[in-house]
Ligand binder design. Sequence first.
Ligand SMILES: Nc1ncnc2c1ncn2[C@@H]1O[C@H](COP(=O)(O)OP(=O)(O)OP(=O)(O)O)[C@@H](O)[C@H]1O
Length: 260
Amino acid sequence: MTPLIKVRNLSKRYRSHGREVQALDDVSFTLGERETLALVGPSGSGKSTLSRAITRLITVDGGEICFAGEDWLALKGAELRRKRRYMQMVFQDPLEALNPRATVFSAIVDPIRIHGLAPRARWRQEVSQLLDRVQLPSHLMDRAVHEISGGQRQRVALARALACKPRLIVLDEAVSALDVSLRSHIIDLMIELQREEGLSYLFVSHDLAVVKAMAHRTAVMEAGRIVELGPTQDVIDRPQSNMAKALIAAVPRLIRSRNP
Ligand SMILES: Nc1ncnc2c1ncn2[C@@H]1O[C@H](COP(=O)(O)OP(=O)(O)OP(=O)(O)O)[C@@H](O)[C@H]1O
């Protein structure tokens, strides 16, 4: 698999109230084209920090990120703004990325307008197609973001990310808050989008059932480090690290393989 992203020796320290926290400690991994990598680990292990460092929402103290053959951390100014669309992030709370008072139309058309991805005359049609892609009716486009349900909002956030024609989508607990049937619906949709659009996903999840359904490989984090990384089925059926063993032991039997 061709690597889309190569992360090498990434480190990040936070300083707050006179204390230092090593949130990322020498983190390295690769993610292939059309691959899904899950990040799992206990609360505070560095998953969100890693996903925000990769999407350049926060700075790092050291290390390298090569994305689509480029030195991602060296990009700045107009070039960064232009290339940023290839790496999108979807959050647990879609309101982190969406203005609640904006209409669904403007939430989705924003990146199309900013990046000049379609002429104005085609905007409504593009938005309607994107809504269709995430299985939402096109009449929702005239509603305000705060007038639709949480699950619909999550799909609008996904449609907005897809509008950018990204190569990688980073999802931070993006499906965790949804009810069980909507969650499986979104997982199916994301797998289908990956097949059709050649997307890669890096996703943070506490939910090993979601990880099992979506991720080709899984990285287990503990105290800012990746302590285990392998095919998801191997990590679930034959965890090697104490942290992976503890995470697996904490989930219901049905997640684990029937024939371990
Ligand atoms: N802005 C910040 N300032 C100071 N410390 C921070 C900040 N953000 C995160 N941390 C600390 O960095 C460490 C990693 O946090 P992070 O949010 O990346 O963990 P996580 O694995 O995503 O946790 P969770 O599963 O609870 O979301 C934790 O010790 C956390 O307290």
